[in-house]
Design a protein around this ligand. Structure first.
Ligand code: DGL
Length: 259
């Protein structure tokens, strides 16, 4: 069982930012990554549809004998992980906007959250936000259009800069000192965000903590692969393989698969 792969899925290419952290921490593990780009973005789709799509991805990863599944998508985690955990006998690791560290460390007690509509409107996000963020002011912003630009290979574009300036302006005016990135696609925006944000505003991205959580789940369940050679990494997309290949630095093959 411990030689089986770690399965990872996202609504598209964004979860590859999480895959990178997992691969850095656990280089000898085999991995399978699914980019459901044909159905991206999940954000505007509504909870029922997001659940259906998540089940489809999980079934495919299970057919490839994954030992643990990482839901590398805030939107799928906040809308579907409770269902998935209740219906499949395999460990799941998810990702949610990291309100807690932002709330604990903020000096201005004003924190920005950039996430999808599906995440911001979910019951799980509201629960986490009221648990850890009750004594701070949260400026929530839906990142409409960002996922679409990244999925179409237009990460560095005039349109992206325009959208981000619009989304960040109210947060900067409100005096945030932390910006929480609540979507795995947004990790790829960090270089652009650093240019657009005043230097004192810290960006919080949860990729590394998800990777640590994956390691801890593997340890607890005795699922660590103790081989001494690098793991095999397979990437599948039902969209344009070139977009994912380029985000992976052209170091890996991405196969098209119609799922
Ligand atoms: N990467 C997904 C997330 O973390 C993007 C969601 C979407 O497709 O709208 O939420």
């Amino acid at each position: 069982m411990n030689k089986k792969p770690i399965g990872i899925f996202d609504s598209g290419v964004g979860g590859s930012s999480i895959w990178k952290e997992i691969h850095k921490l656990l280089p000898n593990e085999h991995t399978i990554y699914l980019a459901d780009s044909k159905f991206a973005p999940y954000g505007p789709k509504g909870s029922k549809k997001i659940k259906e799509l998540s089940i489809k991805n999980v079934e495919l990863l299970l057919s490839k004998e994954c030992k643990v599944i990482v839901v590398a998508c805030n939107t799928a985690t906040t809308n579907a992980i409770a269902y998935l955990r209740g219906h499949y006998d395999i460990p799941f690791v998810g990702i949610e906007p990291a309100i807690k560290p932002a709330a604990l460390n903020s000096k201005t007690k004003i924190v920005g959250v950039l996430a999808t509509k599906g995440t911001l409107s979910s019951a799980l996000f509201h629960k986490t936000a009221s648990l850890y963020g009750h004594d701070i002011l949260k400026i929530e912003q839906e990142g409409e259009g960002i996922v679409e630009l990244i999925e179409s290979g237009n990460l560095y574009s005039v349109e992206m800069t325009r959208l981000l300036k619009n989304y960040l302006e109210p947060m900067i005016k409100a005096n945030i000192d932390y910006l929480v990135l609540g979507c795995t696609h947004y990790s790829y925006l960090i270089p652009i965000l650093k240019d657009l944000l005043p230097k004192h505003i810290r960006i919080i991205d949860s990729g590394q903590s998800v990777a640590r959580q994956v390691k801890s789940i593997l340890q607890t369940n005795h699922l660590i692969n103790f081989q001494f050679t690098p793991g095999r990494n397979k990437f599948f997309t039902n969209g344009n393989p070139e977009v994912l290949t380029s985000l992976l630095g052209n170091h890996f093959n991405v196969d098209f698969l119609d799922f």
